[in-house]
Design a protein around this ligand. Structure first.
Ligand code: NAD
Ligand code: TYD
Length: 345
């Protein structure tokens, strides 16, 4: 457990990057709930995926400070680090595999170069702890068994290759400069506030609008679903209890094919299989992700949410927050949708 000199374990200043996105916004709320004495600084560029509405409930909270800026921009990073954070968590990234296949450049810039900027700031400020939020996708696909933290990195998409590049850079800083950095590699997340380009919120919102859902290929690809609240607890555990220099996998333990996942969503939304449309497969589509999370479990973490209950909770959230996703789906998202799926929204 990290304790500040002369301070309490809870008394931390936490710099979160990408805090206006899906996981970052859930994590900021989680931090202020679980560690009410902490302060949070959020550095976010507000790309298409960053939405200040995700944290509207924190407006006026004296424990929360928002800085609008890019992690690739040394000045913006300096402004955030001048607040002297004890802990840094880097969520900021371009995150969608299909967009990385269309236009990879922003992924290399933010996911690799942005990580470099943050590592340089950690080095020059002597920041006590830096956590890089990576992904299980850096290992690539595995047909049987699970990857552990020593498995080789074999990323398949420009997204996962950029995340793998960042991981290697982080580990090089650990070895070369003794940077107190850690890495977490979570599996696919789902839950409230996820941008509706990712499969679960895309399918829920399409179904709520009476549309069909586009399954890539035959729907046999397997993902290991992790509810976002459980991931926030995993990130918090590694951030405060992890051993610097180490990598920690965080799998949900809920492996399911895309077709099975779709059937569950159809059931929850009262629709049948005529709502499925099989569409051409994603190039380089990884068949299966699976990670062994024993190292993280040894720190006392385990997923608490039952998968079906979490899926129901998520469907309910999208039903009850129609304005949130309708605003997104009527903006830039329409252009992306047409380009990706051919048809208009
Ligand atoms: P997201 O796309 O919902 O949000 C990304 C956030 O980062 C946005 O608020 C965006 O404005 C911000 N951002 C992007 N580029 C930036 C830049 N250059 N400077 C500052 N801010 C910038 O992403 P997410 O799904 O919440 O993922 C968060 C992190 O978790 C990412 O690093 C991602 O690789 C990792 N991850 C995600 C999943 C998942 O299933 N969503 C699984 C494993 C790991
Ligand atoms: P996604 O949510 O994009 O996450 P990732 O590619 O990072 O795992 O996709 C999850 C799975 O769903 C993946 O196997 C691709 C599949 N998928 C579809 O079948 N149709 C879609 O429209 C999307 C977006 C994804």
């Amino acid at each position: 457990m990290l304790v500040k000199e002369g301070g309490k374990a809870e008394d931390m200043r936490v710099l979160v990057t990408g805090g206006c996105g899906f996981i970052g916004s859930n994590f900021i709320r989680h931090t202020l709930r679980e560690h009410p004495e902490d302060q949070v600084i959020n550095l976010d560029k507000l790309t298409y995926a960053g939405n200040p509405e995700n944290l509207a409930d924190l407006e006026g909270d004296p424990r929360y400070l928002f800085i609008h800026g890019d992690i690739c921009d040394a000045e913006a990073v300096e402004e955030a680090f001048s607040r002297d954070p004890d802990l840094v968590v880097n969520f900021a990234a371009e995150t969608h595999v299909d967009r990385s296949i269309m236009e990879p450049e922003a992924f290399l810039r933010t996911d690799i170069f942005g990580t470099f900027r943050l590592l340089e700031a950690v080095r020059s400020h002597g920041t006590p702890r830096y956590l890089q939020v990576s992904t299980d996708e850096v290992y690539g696909s595995i047909e049987e068994g699970s990857f552990d933290e020593d498995s080789p990195l074999r990323p398949s998409s420009p997204y996962s290759a950029s995340k793998a590049g960042a991981d290697l850079l982080v580990l090089s800083y650990v070895r070369t400069y003794g940077t107190p950095a850690l890495i977490i590699r979570p599996s696919n997340n789902f839950g409230p506030y996820q941008y509706p380009e990712k499969v679960i919120p895309l399918f829920i919102t399409n179904l709520l609008e009476g549309r069909k859902v586009p399954i890539y290929g035959e729907g046999t690809n397997v993902r290991d679903w992790l509810f976002v609240e459980d991931n926030c607890a995993a990130v918090d555990t590694v951030l405060r209890k992890g051993e610097p220099g180490r990598v920690y996998n965080a799998g949900g333990g809920n492996e399911i094919t895309n077709l099975e996942l779709t059937r569950r969503l159809l059931e929850l939304l009262g629709r049948d299989e005529s709502s499925i449309e099989f569409v051409p497969d994603r190039p380089g589509h990884d068949l299966r992700y699976s990670v062994d999370s024993d190292r993280l479990r040894a720190l006392g973490w385990e997923p608490r949410w039952d998968f079906l209950r979490a899926l129901e909770h998520t469907v309910r959230w999208y039903r009850e927050n129609r304005g949130w996703w309708e605003r997104i789906r009527s903006g830039e998202f329409r252009r992306y949708y047409r380009r990706q799926y051919g048809g208009g929204l």
